[in-house]
Ligand binder design. Structure first.
Ligand SMILES: *Cc1c(COP(=O)(O)O)cnc(C)c1O
Length: 371
Protein backbone atom coordinates (compact mmCIF):
# COMPACT_ATOMS: atom_id res chain seq x y z
CA UNK A 1 0.00 0.00 0.00
CA UNK A 2 1.18 3.50 -0.79
CA UNK A 3 1.37 5.17 2.58
CA UNK A 4 3.86 7.97 2.03
CA UNK A 5 3.63 11.03 4.26
CA UNK A 6 1.26 13.70 2.94
CA UNK A 7 1.45 17.19 4.39
CA UNK A 8 -0.94 20.05 3.71
CA UNK A 9 1.57 21.70 1.43
CA UNK A 10 4.93 21.13 -0.18
CA UNK A 11 7.04 23.97 -1.55
CA UNK A 12 7.23 24.95 -5.22
CA UNK A 13 10.87 24.07 -5.93
CA UNK A 14 12.34 24.93 -9.32
CA UNK A 15 14.86 22.50 -10.89
CA UNK A 16 18.14 22.92 -9.01
CA UNK A 17 20.30 23.07 -12.11
CA UNK A 18 18.29 26.04 -13.38
CA UNK A 19 19.08 27.95 -10.20
CA UNK A 20 22.85 27.69 -10.65
CA UNK A 21 23.16 30.34 -13.41
CA UNK A 22 21.25 32.80 -11.20
CA UNK A 23 23.69 32.16 -8.36
CA UNK A 24 26.60 32.55 -10.76
CA UNK A 25 25.25 35.95 -11.77
CA UNK A 26 25.00 37.03 -8.13
CA UNK A 27 28.56 35.82 -7.50
CA UNK A 28 29.75 37.71 -10.58
CA UNK A 29 27.96 40.86 -9.47
CA UNK A 30 29.22 40.50 -5.88
CA UNK A 31 25.97 42.18 -4.87
CA UNK A 32 24.00 40.28 -2.23
CA UNK A 33 21.30 42.66 -1.04
CA UNK A 34 20.11 46.32 -1.06
CA UNK A 35 18.09 46.66 -4.26
CA UNK A 36 20.37 44.66 -6.54
CA UNK A 37 19.74 43.46 -10.07
CA UNK A 38 17.64 40.41 -9.07
CA UNK A 39 15.53 42.52 -6.72
CA UNK A 40 14.83 45.16 -9.36
CA UNK A 41 14.04 42.51 -11.97
CA UNK A 42 11.67 40.64 -9.67
CA UNK A 43 9.76 43.82 -8.80
CA UNK A 44 9.31 44.55 -12.51
CA UNK A 45 8.31 41.01 -13.43
CA UNK A 46 5.91 40.64 -10.51
CA UNK A 47 4.22 43.95 -11.29
CA UNK A 48 3.67 42.73 -14.82
CA UNK A 49 2.61 39.22 -13.87
CA UNK A 50 0.20 40.36 -11.19
CA UNK A 51 -1.17 43.33 -13.13
CA UNK A 52 -0.28 45.98 -10.55
CA UNK A 53 1.55 49.28 -10.86
CA UNK A 54 3.62 49.65 -7.69
CA UNK A 55 5.08 46.71 -5.78
CA UNK A 56 7.81 46.59 -3.12
CA UNK A 57 9.53 43.36 -2.13
CA UNK A 58 9.91 42.43 1.53
CA UNK A 59 11.77 39.82 3.52
CA UNK A 60 8.54 38.11 4.62
CA UNK A 61 4.77 38.62 4.55
CA UNK A 62 4.40 40.04 8.06
CA UNK A 63 6.58 43.14 7.75
CA UNK A 64 4.59 44.57 4.81
CA UNK A 65 1.47 44.44 7.01
CA UNK A 66 3.29 46.29 9.80
CA UNK A 67 4.77 48.76 7.32
CA UNK A 68 1.42 49.37 5.60
CA UNK A 69 -0.14 50.58 8.86
CA UNK A 70 2.89 52.77 9.53
CA UNK A 71 2.96 54.22 6.01
CA UNK A 72 -0.75 55.12 6.09
CA UNK A 73 -0.27 56.67 9.55
CA UNK A 74 -3.12 54.67 11.03
CA UNK A 75 -4.21 55.55 14.57
CA UNK A 76 -6.67 54.23 17.12
CA UNK A 77 -8.72 51.18 16.20
CA UNK A 78 -8.41 48.81 13.25
CA UNK A 79 -11.29 46.50 12.36
CA UNK A 80 -10.06 43.06 11.37
CA UNK A 81 -10.94 39.39 11.20
CA UNK A 82 -10.28 36.68 13.80
CA UNK A 83 -10.28 34.04 11.03
CA UNK A 84 -6.72 34.42 9.76
CA UNK A 85 -3.11 33.69 10.55
CA UNK A 86 -1.92 35.48 13.72
CA UNK A 87 0.37 37.81 11.78
CA UNK A 88 -2.66 39.82 10.63
CA UNK A 89 -3.54 40.95 14.15
CA UNK A 90 0.08 41.04 15.33
CA UNK A 91 0.78 43.73 12.71
CA UNK A 92 -1.84 45.92 14.38
CA UNK A 93 -0.34 45.25 17.81
CA UNK A 94 3.17 46.13 16.61
CA UNK A 95 1.88 49.58 15.63
CA UNK A 96 0.41 50.01 19.13
CA UNK A 97 -3.08 50.13 17.66
CA UNK A 98 -6.22 48.46 18.95
CA UNK A 99 -7.49 45.48 16.91
CA UNK A 100 -11.29 45.15 16.84
CA UNK A 101 -12.59 41.76 15.72
CA UNK A 102 -15.65 41.48 13.48
CA UNK A 103 -17.29 38.23 12.41
CA UNK A 104 -16.95 36.62 8.98
CA UNK A 105 -19.21 35.41 6.19
CA UNK A 106 -20.26 31.76 6.51
CA UNK A 107 -19.67 31.04 2.80
CA UNK A 108 -16.08 32.30 2.46
CA UNK A 109 -14.71 32.98 5.93
CA UNK A 110 -13.96 36.55 4.82
CA UNK A 111 -14.71 39.62 6.97
CA UNK A 112 -18.47 40.24 6.72
CA UNK A 113 -19.17 43.77 5.42
CA UNK A 114 -22.68 43.60 6.88
CA UNK A 115 -21.16 43.51 10.36
CA UNK A 116 -18.47 46.16 10.00
CA UNK A 117 -20.49 49.32 10.60
CA UNK A 118 -21.73 48.21 14.00
CA UNK A 119 -18.09 48.00 15.15
CA UNK A 120 -17.04 51.45 13.91
CA UNK A 121 -16.37 54.02 16.65
CA UNK A 122 -14.92 57.55 16.51
CA UNK A 123 -11.49 55.90 16.98
CA UNK A 124 -11.74 53.62 13.95
CA UNK A 125 -9.34 54.61 11.17
CA UNK A 126 -8.77 51.48 9.12
CA UNK A 127 -10.06 48.10 8.01
CA UNK A 128 -7.79 45.08 7.65
CA UNK A 129 -9.65 42.24 5.90
CA UNK A 130 -8.05 39.04 4.60
CA UNK A 131 -8.80 37.28 1.29
CA UNK A 132 -9.05 33.93 3.06
CA UNK A 133 -7.91 30.90 0.96
CA UNK A 134 -7.45 33.40 -1.88
CA UNK A 135 -11.20 33.96 -2.26
CA UNK A 136 -11.70 37.71 -2.69
CA UNK A 137 -13.51 39.69 -0.01
CA UNK A 138 -16.60 41.66 -1.02
CA UNK A 139 -14.30 44.49 -2.09
CA UNK A 140 -17.09 46.79 -3.34
CA UNK A 141 -19.10 46.61 -0.12
CA UNK A 142 -15.94 47.13 1.95
CA UNK A 143 -14.87 50.15 -0.11
CA UNK A 144 -18.33 51.69 0.25
CA UNK A 145 -18.09 51.50 4.03
CA UNK A 146 -14.53 52.81 3.98
CA UNK A 147 -15.53 55.80 1.83
CA UNK A 148 -18.53 56.61 3.99
CA UNK A 149 -16.51 56.59 7.22
CA UNK A 150 -13.17 57.85 5.81
CA UNK A 151 -11.29 54.67 6.62
CA UNK A 152 -8.19 53.22 4.98
CA UNK A 153 -8.33 49.63 3.73
CA UNK A 154 -5.35 47.29 3.98
CA UNK A 155 -5.91 43.84 2.52
CA UNK A 156 -3.88 40.94 3.82
CA UNK A 157 -3.64 39.16 0.47
CA UNK A 158 -1.13 36.55 1.67
CA UNK A 159 -3.27 33.81 0.10
CA UNK A 160 -4.27 35.70 -3.02
CA UNK A 161 -1.24 35.63 -5.34
CA UNK A 162 -2.49 35.97 -8.92
CA UNK A 163 -6.18 36.16 -8.00
CA UNK A 164 -8.34 38.36 -10.21
CA UNK A 165 -11.86 39.76 -10.09
CA UNK A 166 -13.30 40.19 -13.59
CA UNK A 167 -9.77 40.30 -14.97
CA UNK A 168 -8.58 42.92 -12.46
CA UNK A 169 -5.94 41.98 -9.87
CA UNK A 170 -7.45 41.63 -6.41
CA UNK A 171 -4.38 43.57 -5.23
CA UNK A 172 -5.68 46.74 -6.88
CA UNK A 173 -8.49 47.17 -4.35
CA UNK A 174 -8.12 49.06 -1.09
CA UNK A 175 -5.22 51.39 -0.23
CA UNK A 176 -2.58 48.72 0.20
CA UNK A 177 -2.44 44.94 -0.25
CA UNK A 178 0.25 42.63 1.07
CA UNK A 179 1.52 39.24 -0.08
CA UNK A 180 3.48 36.44 1.55
CA UNK A 181 5.99 34.35 -0.38
CA UNK A 182 6.65 31.96 2.50
CA UNK A 183 7.64 28.40 1.54
CA UNK A 184 4.11 27.18 2.34
CA UNK A 185 2.46 29.64 -0.03
CA UNK A 186 1.47 29.05 -3.67
CA UNK A 187 4.29 31.24 -4.98
CA UNK A 188 7.42 31.27 -2.87
CA UNK A 189 10.81 32.94 -2.48
CA UNK A 190 11.61 30.69 0.55
CA UNK A 191 10.75 33.51 2.97
CA UNK A 192 9.50 36.70 1.39
CA UNK A 193 6.63 39.02 0.75
CA UNK A 194 5.51 42.16 -1.00
CA UNK A 195 3.40 45.27 -0.66
CA UNK A 196 1.25 46.69 -3.42
CA UNK A 197 0.22 50.36 -3.37
CA UNK A 198 -1.23 52.77 -5.89
CA UNK A 199 1.07 55.79 -6.20
CA UNK A 200 4.73 56.48 -6.82
CA UNK A 201 4.88 58.65 -3.67
CA UNK A 202 3.53 55.83 -1.53
CA UNK A 203 5.98 53.33 -3.03
CA UNK A 204 8.80 55.74 -2.29
CA UNK A 205 7.66 56.04 1.32
CA UNK A 206 7.36 52.24 1.65
CA UNK A 207 10.81 51.71 0.17
CA UNK A 208 12.26 54.12 2.73
CA UNK A 209 10.42 52.40 5.58
CA UNK A 210 11.68 48.93 4.64
CA UNK A 211 15.26 50.26 4.62
CA UNK A 212 15.51 51.80 8.13
CA UNK A 213 13.83 54.99 6.89
CA UNK A 214 16.84 55.97 4.78
CA UNK A 215 15.88 58.45 2.07
CA UNK A 216 19.49 59.09 1.04
CA UNK A 217 23.00 58.43 2.27
CA UNK A 218 22.74 60.93 5.11
CA UNK A 219 19.02 61.29 5.59
CA UNK A 220 16.65 59.18 7.70
CA UNK A 221 13.03 60.33 7.37
CA UNK A 222 11.18 57.83 9.58
CA UNK A 223 11.86 55.06 12.10
CA UNK A 224 11.87 52.32 9.48
CA UNK A 225 12.69 48.66 9.79
CA UNK A 226 15.05 46.36 7.89
CA UNK A 227 12.81 44.29 5.67
CA UNK A 228 14.71 44.09 2.42
CA UNK A 229 14.64 41.01 0.22
CA UNK A 230 18.12 39.73 -0.63
CA UNK A 231 19.41 38.81 -4.09
CA UNK A 232 19.41 35.05 -3.55
CA UNK A 233 15.74 34.92 -2.67
CA UNK A 234 14.85 37.41 -5.38
CA UNK A 235 16.62 35.11 -7.86
CA UNK A 236 14.69 32.12 -6.48
CA UNK A 237 11.52 34.16 -7.03
CA UNK A 238 12.48 35.03 -10.62
CA UNK A 239 12.97 31.36 -11.41
CA UNK A 240 9.78 30.25 -9.66
CA UNK A 241 7.80 32.82 -11.60
CA UNK A 242 8.47 30.67 -14.69
CA UNK A 243 6.73 27.75 -12.99
CA UNK A 244 3.82 29.45 -11.26
CA UNK A 245 1.26 29.15 -14.07
CA UNK A 246 1.90 25.42 -14.34
CA UNK A 247 1.68 25.09 -10.57
CA UNK A 248 -1.67 26.88 -10.41
CA UNK A 249 -3.01 24.77 -13.31
CA UNK A 250 -2.08 21.62 -11.37
CA UNK A 251 -3.70 22.96 -8.21
CA UNK A 252 -6.88 23.60 -10.20
CA UNK A 253 -6.86 20.02 -11.45
CA UNK A 254 -6.39 18.71 -7.89
CA UNK A 255 -9.18 20.96 -6.62
CA UNK A 256 -11.56 19.66 -9.27
CA UNK A 257 -10.61 16.09 -8.41
CA UNK A 258 -11.32 16.65 -4.71
CA UNK A 259 -14.62 18.35 -5.52
CA UNK A 260 -15.85 15.59 -7.81
CA UNK A 261 -14.89 12.85 -5.36
CA UNK A 262 -16.23 14.54 -2.23
CA UNK A 263 -19.49 15.85 -3.61
CA UNK A 264 -21.56 12.93 -2.34
CA UNK A 265 -20.06 12.78 1.14
CA UNK A 266 -22.74 13.74 3.63
CA UNK A 267 -21.70 16.43 6.12
CA UNK A 268 -18.60 17.57 4.22
CA UNK A 269 -18.81 21.01 2.64
CA UNK A 270 -16.21 22.60 0.41
CA UNK A 271 -15.90 25.91 -1.44
CA UNK A 272 -16.84 26.50 -5.07
CA UNK A 273 -15.33 28.89 -7.59
CA UNK A 274 -16.76 32.40 -7.34
CA UNK A 275 -18.42 34.19 -10.27
CA UNK A 276 -15.97 36.24 -12.33
CA UNK A 277 -12.98 35.27 -10.15
CA UNK A 278 -9.68 33.84 -11.42
CA UNK A 279 -8.65 31.59 -8.54
CA UNK A 280 -5.20 30.37 -7.50
CA UNK A 281 -6.41 27.20 -5.71
CA UNK A 282 -4.03 27.84 -2.85
CA UNK A 283 -5.97 25.79 -0.27
CA UNK A 284 -8.58 23.07 -0.23
CA UNK A 285 -10.52 23.53 3.02
CA UNK A 286 -13.36 21.20 3.96
CA UNK A 287 -15.90 21.98 6.68
CA UNK A 288 -17.09 18.99 8.67
CA UNK A 289 -20.65 19.05 10.00
CA UNK A 290 -20.09 16.48 12.75
CA UNK A 291 -23.74 15.52 13.14
CA UNK A 292 -24.34 14.81 9.49
CA UNK A 293 -20.89 13.36 8.89
CA UNK A 294 -20.97 11.19 12.00
CA UNK A 295 -17.56 12.19 13.26
CA UNK A 296 -16.11 15.45 14.58
CA UNK A 297 -13.54 17.50 12.69
CA UNK A 298 -10.89 16.61 15.27
CA UNK A 299 -11.71 12.90 15.03
CA UNK A 300 -11.31 13.08 11.25
CA UNK A 301 -8.13 15.13 11.63
CA UNK A 302 -6.63 12.47 13.93
CA UNK A 303 -7.86 9.64 11.71
CA UNK A 304 -6.14 11.20 8.70
CA UNK A 305 -2.92 11.37 10.75
CA UNK A 306 -3.06 7.62 11.42
CA UNK A 307 -2.97 7.25 7.62
CA UNK A 308 0.06 9.55 7.44
CA UNK A 309 -2.04 12.40 6.05
CA UNK A 310 -1.39 15.71 7.79
CA UNK A 311 -4.08 18.31 7.10
CA UNK A 312 -4.01 21.68 8.86
CA UNK A 313 -6.77 23.32 10.83
CA UNK A 314 -6.57 26.71 9.13
CA UNK A 315 -7.82 28.67 11.01
CA UNK A 316 -8.04 27.17 14.44
CA UNK A 317 -7.85 28.46 17.10
CA UNK A 318 -9.18 31.89 16.14
CA UNK A 319 -6.68 34.74 16.58
CA UNK A 320 -9.14 36.30 19.02
CA UNK A 321 -8.77 33.34 21.36
CA UNK A 322 -4.98 33.65 21.67
CA UNK A 323 -3.61 35.10 24.89
CA UNK A 324 -2.62 38.57 23.68
CA UNK A 325 -6.14 39.26 22.39
CA UNK A 326 -8.63 37.05 24.23
CA UNK A 327 -9.55 39.69 26.84
CA UNK A 328 -10.80 42.19 24.25
CA UNK A 329 -14.56 42.78 24.22
CA UNK A 330 -14.67 42.11 20.48
CA UNK A 331 -12.91 38.77 21.02
CA UNK A 332 -15.91 37.28 22.84
CA UNK A 333 -17.28 34.18 21.22
CA UNK A 334 -20.82 35.67 21.14
CA UNK A 335 -19.42 38.41 18.89
CA UNK A 336 -17.89 35.87 16.51
CA UNK A 337 -20.34 32.97 16.09
CA UNK A 338 -19.61 32.27 12.42
CA UNK A 339 -15.84 32.40 12.74
CA UNK A 340 -16.06 30.19 15.84
CA UNK A 341 -18.06 27.61 13.93
CA UNK A 342 -15.75 27.60 10.88
CA UNK A 343 -12.74 27.23 13.20
CA UNK A 344 -14.10 24.02 14.74
CA UNK A 345 -15.27 22.57 11.41
CA UNK A 346 -12.33 23.23 9.09
CA UNK A 347 -9.52 21.03 7.82
CA UNK A 348 -7.32 22.08 4.92
CA UNK A 349 -6.48 18.99 2.90
CA UNK A 350 -3.13 18.41 1.19
CA UNK A 351 -2.81 20.45 -2.00
CA UNK A 352 0.31 21.39 -3.93
CA UNK A 353 1.51 21.48 -7.50
CA UNK A 354 3.02 17.98 -7.65
CA UNK A 355 0.47 16.17 -5.47
CA UNK A 356 -0.30 12.88 -7.24
CA UNK A 357 -3.81 11.88 -8.21
CA UNK A 358 -3.44 8.60 -6.31
CA UNK A 359 -2.63 10.58 -3.19
CA UNK A 360 -5.80 12.64 -3.61
CA UNK A 361 -7.67 9.35 -3.90
CA UNK A 362 -6.02 8.12 -0.71
CA UNK A 363 -7.18 11.20 1.22
CA UNK A 364 -10.70 10.91 -0.17
CA UNK A 365 -10.95 7.20 0.71
CA UNK A 366 -10.16 7.90 4.37
CA UNK A 367 -12.78 10.66 4.48
CA UNK A 368 -15.36 8.40 2.82
CA UNK A 369 -14.61 5.20 4.77
CA UNK A 370 -14.13 6.93 8.15
CA UNK A 371 -11.62 4.32 9.23
C1 LIG B 1 1.41 33.43 5.71
C2 LIG B 1 0.52 34.52 6.17
C3 LIG B 1 1.01 35.73 6.69
C4 LIG B 1 2.44 35.94 7.07
O1 LIG B 1 3.35 35.73 6.12
P1 LIG B 1 4.87 35.37 6.47
O2 LIG B 1 5.51 35.43 5.12
O3 LIG B 1 4.88 33.99 7.05
O4 LIG B 1 5.39 36.40 7.40
C5 LIG B 1 0.11 36.75 6.98
N1 LIG B 1 -1.21 36.58 6.80
C6 LIG B 1 -1.72 35.44 6.32
C7 LIG B 1 -3.20 35.34 6.13
C8 LIG B 1 -0.89 34.36 6.03
O5 LIG B 1 -1.41 33.20 5.60
Amino acid sequence: MNNNLLTVTSPLLPPLEEFIPYLQKIWDNKWLTNNGEMHRKLERQLAEYLGVQYISLFTNGTLPLITALQALEIEGEVITTPYSFVATTHSIWWNKLQPVFVDVEPETGNLDPRKIEAAITEKTTALMPVHVYGNPCDVDAIQKIADKHHLKVIYDAAHAFGVKINGQSVLNFGDISTLSFHATKTYTTVEGGALVCHSAEMKQKIDHLKNFGFAGETSVVAPGINSKMDEIRAAFGLLNLKYIDGAIANRKRITELYRSKLQDVRGVRFLQDMNGVTHNYSYFPIFVDSERYGMTRDELYELLKTHNIYGRRYFYPLISSFEPYCEYTSARKENLPIASKLAIDVICLPIYADLAEEDVNRVVEVIKNKN
